[in-house]
Design a protein around this ligand. Structure first.
Ligand code: SF4
Ligand code: SF4
Length: 361
């Protein structure tokens, strides 16, 4: 090794997004950026035609939320046998198989449905439900968001395999209100309803107090001496019960059965198609966090989906529909109650981007 090589600085080992071209179907690679038009011959199948005349069909199927190795092998075997080995996962845990021959579409659809994977999720359907996976890897979750999804998927299966909604319905579930799951036409989020209770005996031994203080988004935590020991105190008027202080300091006990509830929000949208992106807004709060099937949550989602399907105009997204009919009518049509939880008495909200359905004082 030469001296020059020895002093060469180590570069960051950046993994990032892998190069997609090495995995891409040859027809997609060849026609990259050169597509002319597309249509959907049936729910779950996309057909793209390039300016060169090349064609490709994409078959989309739903999968379970967290996949075991046997299921992944089964999907790969179907890909090898019916789609020349070309598959990709979407951000919503759908799997897509690409074929360049129309004759391969029907056998592929049959193989997928025969193996129990629903084909759908395209166009005006309830697409796969995205969910955060905090129960597995994050440090704030108050519930198993994937479990809530399972409860909902049984209810919404028919709406996934057909395109009979006014427009696409994106449902998200999140395991805390920090909500890294993003905005959704319907968003199911766990909510903590009470500020943390501090176990003062443990704080001094377990927590880095500056880290806990810095973690609070509304500056509600202060260092304090309690019973002669360094501890913390919370300004409960400021606390928004987000749970962010729990990970750096487990003695900030917030995750109790009694204080975790589920809230349902509606009308969020990431895309700027037809109308601008919107935040979702509170529809129902304080539903029980009732594992393993969350029947109360399923019932409310069913009510909202049915009201939207019945009344929204063609191509109206959930938020656009509510905007048109107004919030009064939304609550009338769904039969959901307008409760004290829709009244926001947290004065800090006036200065934030909070655009919820809350009544502000
Ligand atoms: S929603 Fe909250 S708890 Fe769940 S993964 Fe995201 S930040 Fe973590
Ligand atoms: S729950 Fe959130 S708002 Fe309340 S004290 Fe902890 S970090 Fe601050």
């Amino acid at each position: 090794m030469t001296t020059t090589e020895r002093v060469k600085p180590r570069m960051p080992d950046e993994v990032g997004v892998p190069d997609p071209f090495s995995y891409m179907h040859p027809v997609m690679k060849k026609n990259y950026g050169n597509w002319d038009w597309h249509d959907r011959p049936r729910p779950g199948v996309l057909h793209h035609v390039s300016k060169s005349g090349d064609e490709i069909w994409t078959v989309r199927a739903g999968t379970q939320r967290q996949m075991d190795v046997f299921t992944i092998r089964k999907l790969c075997d179907i890909g090898d046998e019916y789609a020349d080995g070309h598959v990709r996962f979407t951000t919503r845990s759908n799997i897509e198989f690409m074929v360049a021959d129309e004759a391969k579409v029907a056998p592929l659809v049959e193989a997928l449905t025969g193996a129990g994977f629903p084909v759908g999720g395209t166009g005006a359907s309830v697409t796969m439900i995205s969910h955060t996976q905090g129960w597995l890897h994050c440090d704030i979750p108050g519930t198993d968001a994937s479990g809530v999804v399972k409860g909902l998927m049984d209810l919404l299966h028919e709406e996934f395999i057909q395109e009979k909604m006014p427009n696409r319905v994106r449902i998200t579930t999140s395991c805390c209100q920090i909500n890294c799951g993003g905005q959704g036409d319907i968003a199911v989020n766990v909510q903590y309803t009470k500020p943390p209770k501090i176990n003062h005996d443990l704080v001094a031994n377990v927590c880095e107090r500056p880290a806990v203080v810095a973690r609070c988004p509304v500056a509600a935590i202060r260092p304090a001496m309690v019973n002669g020991k360094p501890s913390l105190e919370i300004d409960e008027k400021k606390c928004v019960c987000c749970g962010a202080c729990y990970p750096p300091c487990p003695p900030m006990q917030i995750n109790s059965d009694e204080s975790t509830k589920i809230a349902i929000w509606v009308g969020g949208k990431h895309s700027n198609a037809r109308s601008k992106p919107t935040f979702h807004k509170l529809a129902v709060a304080n539903l029980p966090n009732n594992a393993p099937h969350w029947p109360e949550v399923v019932e409310v989602v069913k009510t909202i989906v049915q009201a939207y399907k019945k009344d929204a105009k063609h191509w109206e997204r959930m938020g656009e529909w509510i905007e048109r009919i107004g919030w009064n009518r939304f609550f009338e049509m769904t039969g959901l109650a307008f409760t004290k939880h829709h009244i926001d008495t947290w004065t800090g909200a006036r200065k934030t981007m909070n655009t919820s359905a809350h009544v502000h004082f």
